[in-house]
Design a protein around this ligand. Structure first.
Ligand code: SAM
Length: 283
């Protein structure tokens, strides 16, 4: 299918696409064959394999879970940015947090979920907005959960050190206050301040696996994630997000995504790619 060092047949490609879909919900069209080749050739080299057929046998085998995870990590897109789609953070600050801050001050827990968080820039942006709305947030039961299927991203999120280029949309005063220069050679890096890191918990989680979280969320960010899933998988996820959101909870999705399937009737638009949950239930 793709000229190069290793043989990738159509059958190999379809096996890889089917494993990726079953494991992570991600849809791969044949147009992505060159990308699959480029990203997985590195895995074949690292494993000393001679062709994609052997690689498919490895990832499909009973001992293949570890490599299956590496394959998913290699094939997912982790592009992210601090303050990406900034209107969501403005909405959070002006329309959602005032009510949540009041509830937190009354002693209620407040939970925000960054689902498909990549390397944490979305979750730390949420934490920045939280801290500006509630400077004493650390004294209250307010937490951000950041999850991703890719363990490398979770590790980077926990490390919380980002290259200069990643901070291009972070306002100068915010950078001065909440980021510290990391000393060392090479590219300038910035470390997220402890106060922000304390608000965010990173966990590896496949959105199509069982969710261990017991309590419902006040806010869910799931942006630029479902775009990679097919329609039935997207609908499945919206239904699960609906069950995981409190009544009146907010759901932020990516600019090219839309809530679809049976759960759509439980969400009302509240701004650009911003939805309010209006399904009944205990708070
Ligand atoms: C393009 S990034 C989006 C990051 C961030 N939400 C944003 O908008 O900037 C998509 C992320 O979704 C994650 N992802 C893809 N499939 C997933 C799945 N089945 N479960 C959990 N995370 C998944 C990828 O690992 C990747 O980090």
């Amino acid at each position: 299918m793709v000229p190069g060092e290793y043989v990738l047949t159509e059958e190999d490609f379809h096996r890889i696409a089917s494993i990726l879909h079953d494991h992570a919900g991600i849809q791969l069209s044949e147009a992505k064959a060159a990308l699959v080749y480029a990203r997985l050739a590195k895995r074949l080299r690292a494993l000393g394999l001679e062709n994609f057929r052997d690689y498919c046998a490895l990832v499909a085998g009973t001992d293949g879970l570890g490599e299956r995870q590496k394959m998913v990590a290699a094939l997912t897109t982790n592009v992210t940015r601090f303050y990406r789609e900034a209107h969501h953070f403005e909405h959070l600050k002006t329309r959602v947090l005032p009510g949540l801050v009041e509830r937190a001050r009354r002693g209620d827990p407040v939970r925000i979920w960054s689902a498909g968080c990549s390397n944490g820039q979305e979750a730390y942006t949420i934490a920045l907005v939280l801290l500006s709305a509630m400077p004493d947030v650390a004294r209250h039961d307010v937490r951000v959960l950041a999850t991703d299927i890719d363990p490398n991203m979770i590790e980077e999120g926990r490390a919380a050190s980002y290259p200069e280029a990643a901070l291009s949309d972070v306002p100068a005063d915010v950078r001065r206050k909440w980021f510290h220069r990391v000393a060392g050679p090479g590219e300038q890096r910035w470390q997220v301040a402890e106060e922000l890191r304390d608000l965010v918990a990173f966990r590896e989680l496949n959105l199509f696996a069982k969710w261990p979280m017991k309590k419902r969320f006040d806010v869910i960010f799931c942006r630029n994630v479902v775009i990679y899933f097919d329609k039935p998988k997207q609908a499945e996820l919206w239904t699960r997000f609906s069950a995981a959101l409190k009544p009146d909870g907010a759901l932020y999705i990516g600019h090219s995504e839309r809530v679809s399937g049976p759960a759509a009737e439980h969400f009302a638009a509240d701004g650009v790619t911003t939805w309010r949950h209006h399904k009944g239930g205990a708070r």
